[in-house]
Write a protein that binds this ligand. Structure first.
Ligand SMILES: *[C@@H]1O[C@H](CO)[C@@H](O)[C@H](O)[C@H]1NC(C)=O
Ligand SMILES: *[C@@H]1O[C@H](CO)[C@@H](O)[C@H](O)[C@H]1NC(C)=O
Ligand SMILES: *[C@@H]1O[C@H](CO)[C@@H](O)[C@H](O)[C@H]1NC(C)=O
Ligand SMILES: *[C@@H]1O[C@H](CO)[C@@H](O)[C@H](O)[C@H]1NC(C)=O
Ligand SMILES: *[C@@H]1O[C@H](CO)[C@@H](O)[C@H](O)[C@H]1NC(C)=O
Ligand SMILES: *[C@@H]1O[C@H](CO)[C@@H](O)[C@H](O)[C@H]1NC(C)=O
Ligand SMILES: *[C@@H]1O[C@H](CO)[C@@H](O)[C@H](O)[C@H]1NC(C)=O
Ligand SMILES: *[C@@H]1O[C@H](CO)[C@@H](O)[C@H](O)[C@H]1NC(C)=O
Ligand SMILES: *[C@@H]1O[C@H](CO)[C@@H](O)[C@H](O)[C@H]1NC(C)=O
Ligand SMILES: *[C@@H]1O[C@H](CO)[C@@H](O)[C@H](O)[C@H]1NC(C)=O
Ligand SMILES: *[C@@H]1O[C@H](CO)[C@@H](O)[C@H](O)[C@H]1NC(C)=O
Ligand SMILES: *[C@@H]1O[C@H](CO)[C@@H](O)[C@H](O)[C@H]1NC(C)=O
Length: 452
């Protein structure tokens, strides 16, 4: 565990590279967040607002109550057809899971030709992350998708909990015939848990990748064939006398990230299949690397029998029982922050006047217009043509025609070289680059550790 803290610190250093302009306070087991930035996010950085929602770590935050309660699992079918306008920007989302099933960071793009969604990764960027707004506490997830390709380009589909339980699929773009599976318990690093499954031609062919997560067993399946099984009873640690098995409410996350970026640790780059070529054909032709998501279906299973329950809306940690399954209860509670400066420690009771929908649209406009993705989360958006990242109203038509031939609705090198305001560009500059944390989950962190 000591080494783990060290790893988080390392990851935080990496994060600083990206958000160099910002003062970042990092958090870990040994160093909780301060009172004024009380929430420790998934990437080990302290803040308010989005930091206190999905991924907020109750162990490393100022107090566990700084993290907002977690919306319970909801059966969901998402067909990513013309879907970008239905997602909420992570940094303007305030926690109203009834308004959006997914948040995004980075560059999601509608892909008309395949009625799907592109997770894009423009040159030098941190790529794209989609996260479910609801948590899952056991359930089944199936994703029909195409991974990306190219050395150093990593696609991922994971379940990740607030206390860092993790169940993974990762596609390393240097090997288009396999998908790696992995799992972690509370961020404890174990390099023996990785296993490859066959997934042929996975950048050009759709496959269905499934994780079936039950209280006593996890299976990973590709196109309906079980490729891997992990029994809880195989994870017992006789020293700590507990099952070190992924067992806490988790978000579903999908991502494309630059494991092989030159600024990463050598071990990460090696694992990712080498350094990324940022002048590749994909970058030249489209302006980005891409993975394609067609649909994600989530089926919820019952919470463990014996779970303490005095409501039905949210999961919460009691802070007891070593943050294991039995330290989670189900209750009712508000999941929505009043504003970006707030955390779960504040009174988030909505104002009378703005009633229910004080969440995304109203308040996003109160913040810097650079990210103004209020539009992406619905309402006011123009989002006319597919291809606009969210609110682009110019640029889309011109880029549509030029890129349609090649099959992509938006040619990012065209849009971004046209400079200026198009949100696809400005979001990336202002919102994503600055805010988008680095890499993805522990899989990355673990690789950083492997160098120590
Ligand atoms: C979220 O998922 C639910 C259940 O599938 C669905 O009814 C709802 O329309 C979805 N919301 C959005 C914004 O897609
Ligand atoms: C895409 O969705 C938007 C917003 O819901 C809608 O206005 C638009 O007509 C849709 N476009 C297509 C091509 O279906
Ligand atoms: C990738 O590396 C380049 C330098 O080659 C750097 O400018 C950029 O910030 C890095 N991107 C990420 C996401 O680490
Ligand atoms: C999700 O469910 C829809 C509707 O049944 C289906 O069309 C789609 O293929 C499913 N996707 C996956 C990945 O199973
Ligand atoms: C890693 O996990 C395996 C079981 O998958 C276990 O046998 C082994 O002891 C673990 N090693 C460490 C260092 O935790
Ligand atoms: C999985 O495949 C990659 C190559 O794609 C290889 O480097 C790695 O060692 C394999 N992992 C296991 C556990 O066999
Ligand atoms: C774990 O449980 C499974 C299913 O009940 C059983 O088949 C298996 O033998 C058990 N393994 C161990 C190590 O106890
Ligand atoms: C079992 O737990 C002990 C005490 O927490 C820890 O030091 C050890 O690394 C764990 N062993 C494995 C195999 O995970
Ligand atoms: C449920 O129990 C929790 C923990 O004891 C308590 O804080 C909360 O007020 C209760 N909620 C309801 C709706 O009774
Ligand atoms: C995208 O734009 C770049 C730069 O303008 C151009 O060189 C490239 O051919 C375009 N790609 C497509 C597919 O239109
Ligand atoms: C950027 O776009 C806005 C409106 O979309 C326009 O008013 C402004 O002149 C443009 N700036 C440049 C430098 O092109
Ligand atoms: C992230 O973006 C939001 C919205 O633009 C902004 O309010 C917040 O300060 C940013 N956080 C960081 C750490 O850059």
């Amino acid at each position: 565990m000591r080494s783990f803290a060290k790893v988080l610190a390392l990851a935080a250093v990496a994060l600083k590279v990206v958000s160099a302009a910002d003062e970042t306070t990092t958090c870990s087991e040994d160093s909780h967040c301060p009172e004024d930035n009380p929430c420790c996010n998934q990437y080990g950085t302290c803040g308010t607002g989005s930091y206190c929602l999905g991924g907020c770590n109750p162990k490393f935050s100022y107090k566990k109550e700084a993290c907002m309660p977690l919306p319970v699992c909801r059966d969901t079918i998402t067909i990513f057809d013309n879907y970008t306008s239905k997602m909420a920007n992570l940094y303007t989302y305030l926690g109203d899971a009834s308004k959006a099933n997914w948040t995004y960071e980075g560059y999601p793009i509608d892909y008309e030709d395949e009625n799907a969604l592109i997770m894009a990764m423009p040159k030098n960027s941190g790529g794209t992350v989609l996260s479910s707004t609801h948590y899952m506490w056991y359930g089944n997830i199936k994703t029909r998708m195409k991974a990306s390709h190219g050395a150093g380009v990593v696609s991922a589909m994971i379940l990740f909990s607030s206390v860092q339980d993790e169940i993974d699929y990762e596609w390393v773009g240097a090997d288009l015939e396999k998908v790696q599976t992995n799992w972690y318990w509370q961020g404890a690093l174990n390099y023996t848990n990785s296993k490859n499954l066959t997934a042929t031609n996975n950048d050009e062919d759709y496959h269905i990748y499934e994780i079936d997560w039950k209280e006593d067993v996890i299976t990973w399946s590709v196109d309906g064939e079980v490729g891997r099984t992990l029994f809880k009873n195989e994870t017992y640690n006789s020293t700590s006398k507990q099952y070190e098995y992924p067992q806490t409410p988790s978000r579903v996350q999908l991502s494309l990230w630059p494991g092989g970026n030159a600024t990463n640790e050598q071990g990460t780059i090696n694992w990712a299949g080498g350094e990324i070529d940022w002048d590749s054909d994909d970058i030249k032709d489209y302006g980005y690397y891409y993975a394609v998501l067609e649909s994600v279906n989530i089926t919820c299973y019952d919470p463990p029998s014996g779970t303490t329950k005095n409501g039905s809306e949210v999961y919460q940690y009691s802070g007891e029982d070593n943050w294991l399954q039995k330290g989670v209860f189900i209750t009712d509670g508000n999941t929505i922050l009043k504003d970006y400066d707030n955390s779960g420690l504040d009174d988030n009771t909505p104002d009378e006047s703005s009633s229910s929908s004080s969440s995304s649209s109203t308040s996003s406009s109160s913040k810097s217009s650079s990210t103004s993705t209020g539009s992406s989360s619905g309402s006011a958006s123009t989002t006319t043509t597919a291809g606009s990242n969210d609110d682009t109203d110019e640029s889309s038509s011109s880029s549509t025609s030029s890129s349609a031939a090649a099959g992509f609705v938006q040619n990012m090198s065209t849009t971004s070289s046209s400079g200026n305001s198009s949100s696809a560009t400005s979001t990336s500059a202002a919102g994503a680059e600055k805010n988008l944390s680095y890499g993805f989950g522990l899989s990355l962190i673990s690789l950083l550790l492997s160098l120590l």
